[in-house]
Design a protein around this ligand. Structure first.
Ligand SMILES: Nc1ncnc2c1ncn2[C@@H]1O[C@H](COP(=O)(O)OP(=O)(O)OP(=O)(O)O)[C@@H](O)[C@H]1O
Ligand SMILES: [Mg+2]
Length: 218
């Protein structure tokens, strides 16, 4: 489904990615681990088309995304890719339901259909009773589950998560991890997850370790 071919990225004289090759298959949960500064977020942003490599390519279903212009790339991203970040990035002035709906409105989908799906997704996250709450009125675990529903609203082929449980206590982290596996089992959802959480890294179907600008599989 997703392929990185000889991806390189430097910041000034700092070579962060020195030629990354990897493949992600459909309905896999792949974890990416490595020490702080190893380049995990840099790689995730490039795989998720939020950033460009200096050289090399990212292919989705065999097609290169580097040739897409700004607008086509934004459209591609909103239809095919979901993101979950360490800090949920929910908009504070909107309710949970509205936050989940927003990426779908931006993709031009009809309001009625989107709201129905958003309520379903909040239900899957055990949050139907929190739909009208604003982020500040929810716990950290609840906020992060809203951001999972938001990542799912456009039925992306792949979801990239950067330390999604980094800000959660053990119980909420475990609950979130269970949701990832449930989504994989029920919806065939594909995940690439950067994590410092050993338990999650080990539970994944595959674990990719970043070291010295390269990846090794464990
Ligand atoms: N925009 C930037 N400009 C300059 N250097 C950068 C930039 N972004 C990242 N770096 C550097 O690139 C290296 C890799 O950063 P990256 O954020 O990918 O690491 P990481 O593996 O995600 O670390 P962490 O586990 O702490 O999140 C770091 O040394 C960082 O300082
Ligand atoms: Mg990082």
């Amino acid at each position: 489904m997703l392929q990185a071919v000889n991806v390189r990225k430097s910041y000034q004289s700092l070579e962060v990615l020195k030629g990354i090759n990897l493949t992600i298959e459909k309905s896999e949960i792949v974890s990416i681990v490595g020490s702080s500064g190893a380049g995990k977020s840099t790689l995730l942003h490039i795989l998720g088309t939020l950033d460009n490599p200096d050289s090399g390519e990212v292919l989705f279903d065999g097609a290169s995304v580097s040739s897409l212009g700004r607008n086509d790339l934004a459209r591609f991203r909103s239809r095919h890719i979901g993101f979950i970040f360490q800090f949920h990035n929910l908009l504070p002035e909107f309710t949970a339901l509205e936050n989940v709906c927003l990426p779908a409105y931006l993709a031009g989908r009809s309001e009625k259909e989107v709201r129905v799906r958003a309520r379903e997704l909040l239900g899957m996250m055990n949050l139907e009773h929190r739909a009208e709450h604003k982020p500040s009125e929810m716990s950290g675990g609840e906020q992060q589950r809203v951001s999972v529903a938001r990542a799912l609203i456009n039925s992306p082929e792949i979801i990239f998560a950067d330390e999604p449980s980094g800000n959660l206590d053990t119980k909420n982290a475990q609950e979130l991890h269970q949701i990832f596996f449930q989504l994989r089992n029920e919806l065939d959802q594909t995940f690439v997850i950067v994590t410092h959480n050993d338990q999650l890294a080990e539970m994944a179907d595959r674990k990719i370790v970043m070291r010295d600008g390269f990846v090794v599989e464990e």
